[in-house]
Design a binder for this molecule. Structure first.
Ligand code: PMP
Length: 410
């Protein structure tokens, strides 16, 4: 990641958009952009028309329906341009959870005559892990890829696990808790050498707008994305297929989305998604550089004030996203810490719920070798393209205040 000195980079969106975005954040400090982001006003403006003026069903054959259908095609073209895909192979969904479900079930079930072996990324999101576990109930043999002792994806282990009857490998591009970026191209090469029938699916939800995505260059079969992680609407996502290989639909109905996802498309949200993807891609370099600079300040603040231990899985072998870090904080469980942070106006998130049993805690924390007591103290801080240096400094101050407050209680 490149780091530039403060002041060198201006916010990547125009000041009007920036003002409107940050005004809703009030005076609170929002360090939870990996959970969701504010909708860019340019995106919400682009959606209005499809609620107010043209509300036609995109499958209708009259002029208004054709215009709505063309708007869907424009969104498809925008997403295709940003991901090196063909527009006709994009399937709109209700978000990345559905896109990941479609990929995991769809690829595996369509290939089951060729094999029943499935591999899942070690830190993958529940929206690929849980469907994979469901596949195991259907008779598939599901295994996890591993991390090496540094927390990087273990490619030697992957090489040993891939088999000629492997039909699906699903691996997230970058992690939503720790921000580590996985070596997708290398993994795909390994899969292609041994498993001719395998589909490689990549959850790119946290990577879009931060890392270059090109399905051809990555050599993968599909990619999932979500609108609300890139300053677009919630409830809008897509499965981007790289080829025409068969995939079994989950939702059957009126034949929409080339028969792969029945149901009338949500035209405003899909147009918003298309616009958000276009902006995220156009502004990627500038916003990533800006976020890297802010992240450097946040990291420095955490280290200098000894607020906790930053978890950097696989570093320096694996790169990190410019916007997410997890910290094992000093003191009580992260849920208690979060509550106090929230009361002082800082929004962040916990790696696991305080009351939860170990069994129901995020398995990613244990995959990294954390002890239960450490896993309970993991706090995630994530920034977005509207985050400012003032917010970062105020965030560090609040973290320090809460640490002192809780130290006095215990
Ligand atoms: N994958 C990852 C890596 C995510 O971070 C998320 C959202 N937390 C999802 C999938 C699910 O996305 P959505 O909210 O669009 O269903």
């Amino acid at each position: 990641m490149t780091h530039q000195s403060p002041g060198q980079i201006s916010p990547c969106i125009d000041s009007r958009a920036s003002k409107a975005l940050s005004s809703s954040a009030l005076e609170r400090v929002h360090l939870d952009h990996a959970a969701s982001t504010p909708v860019d006003p340019r995106v919400s403006e682009s959606m209005q028309r499809w609620w107010r003026e043209n509300y036609a069903n995109p499958s209708s054959s009259h002029a208004a329906g054709v215009a709505a259908s063309e708007a869907l095609d424009e969104a498809r073209r925008r997403i295709a341009r940003a991901t090196g895909a063909q527009a006709g192979l994009i399937v709109f969904t209700s978000g990345a959870t559905e896109a990941n479900n479609l990929a995991v079930f769809g690829h595996a079930r369509a290939r089951k005559a060729r094999g029943r072996h499935v591999l899942v990324g070690p830190l993958d999101h529940p929206s690929t892990r849980v469907p994979a576990l469901q596949l195991a109930e259907e008779g598939f043999e599901v295994e996890e890829l591993s991390l090496d002792s540094s927390g990087a994806l273990d490619l030697e282990d992957a090489q040993a696990r891939v088999r000629p009857d492997t039909v699906l490998v699903t691996q997230m591009f970058s992690n939503n808790e720790f921000g580590c970026i996985f070596p997708i191209r290398e993994l795909t090469r390994i899969v292609r050498r041994t498993a001719p029938h395998a589909a490689v699916h990549v959850d790119a939800v946290q990577a879009l707008g931060k890392i270059e995505l090109d399905v051809e260059l990555l050599g993968i079969d599909s990619l999932s994305i979500s609108g609300h992680k890139i300053n677009g609407p919630k409830g809008a996502g897509a499965l981007i297929r790289a080829n025409n290989a068969p995939i079994q639909p989950l939702i059957h109905g009126g034949g929409q989305e080339a028969g792969l996802r029945g149901g009338t498309q949500d035209v405003p949200s899909i147009c918003g998604l298309g616009h958000a993807v276009k902006l995220a891609e156009e502004e990627r370099d500038e916003s990533s550089a800006r976020m890297s600079e802010l992240m450097q300040s946040l990291r420095a603040g955490i280290i200098q004030r000894e607020l906790g231990r930053i978890i950097d899985p696989g570093a320096p072998k694996q790169d990190m996203l410019p916007n997410i870090i997890s910290v094992i904080i000093e003191g009580p469980p992260a849920e208690v810490f979060l509550h106090h942070l929230d009361a002082r106006g800082l929004a962040a998130s916990a790696g696991s719920a305080c009351q939860a049993s170990k069994k129901s805690m995020n398995p990613a924390l244990f995959a990294l070798g954390l002890k239960e007591e450490e896993a309970r103290r993991v706090l995630r801080l994530s920034i977005g393209k509207v985050t400012t240096q003032e917010e970062i400094q105020r965030g560090i101050q609040i973290l320090e205040e809460v640490r002192s407050e809780l130290a006095n209680i215990t």
